[in-house]
Design a protein. Structure first.
Length: 58
């Protein structure tokens, strides 16, 4: 599983019916970015690492 996928999955438990990537990919990606921002704020991820993770899908 990639870092991108792990972070996407980490945002789902908050509201599974809303953030499910199969039902609402746009909201799932928004939530993923929120999770990444919190990970950066709390020192689990650097901005550079977050940027690299996001580039994996482009």
């Amino acid at each position: 599983m990639t870092d991108y996928e792990c972070i996407l999955l980490a945002g789902i438990p908050n509201a599974p019916s809303v953030y499910a990537p199969t039902k609402n990919p746009r909201l799932a990606r928004q939530r993923q970015r929120q999770v990444m921002e919190k990970m950066i704020e709390n020192g689990y991820l650097t901005q550079k690492e977050a940027d690299e993770i996001l580039q994996q899908t482009e």
